[in-house]
Design a protein around this ligand. Sequence first.
Ligand SMILES: O=C[C@H](O)COP(=O)(O)O
Length: 249
Amino acid sequence: MSVRRKLIAGNWKMNGSRAQLAELSAIAAAAREAAGVDVAICPPFTLISLAAARAGGLAIGAQDCHQSDSGAHTGNVSAPMLKEAGARLTIVGHSERRADQHESDALVSAKAQAAIRHGLRTIVCVGESEADRAAGRAGKVVSAQLSGSLPDPEGDGEMVVAYEPIWAIGTGKSATTADVAEMHALIRAHLIDNFGDRGGRIRILYGGSVKAENAAELFAVDNVDGALVGGASLTAEQFVPIIQAAARC
Ligand SMILES: O=C[C@H](O)COP(=O)(O)O
């Protein structure tokens, strides 16, 4: 059994509503039953405080945070604001933001540093495109993202890495367990090289079409310490079996 607890984080992306928060009670109940597993849901900013108020022990998080604490940054939200709203974690550097908002590795690193400084558990996302994988440069691309995007993990918040191959996100095409094993081993080696013993304790999540049907086999792979789940985190019916699969590992 791994020394690292499994973490199952749901990313609702730009989905959800007040009505959908009704899903949280069954998810929270499953999280309480899953003793060795940390469970989180990251709804849109607008739902964080409402979700936190009815989380029932479930950790509520954000999907992004600004690198500054405050200032003239229209439309952005800072780590202290997220904390005040009740967030305990945040995702940064998701491939959808890297693409849609043109976020660079340096910006992702600054955001992660701010979140960790303010005590948020911080999930830093990396992952290659389909073209990168087809060209045989998936490892090179992910290594460069790790070098550029990971902050100094010292701070009150915990740093977590999520490997999300872009071609597996929302497509129903999960990576094979062999591909996941190879990439998570590469990420682990990078973490140990850069952060020593601490690198051995950093959790590495897999993301990309994780669902009830493939969760158990993914969680059995070395260095897979949980999952970042998109579509299947939107309902308790689909998310709870993933939590239960992690609890059985
Ligand atoms: O943040 C979550 C990932 O982008 C995975 O999304 P997905 O489970 O819908 O493929």
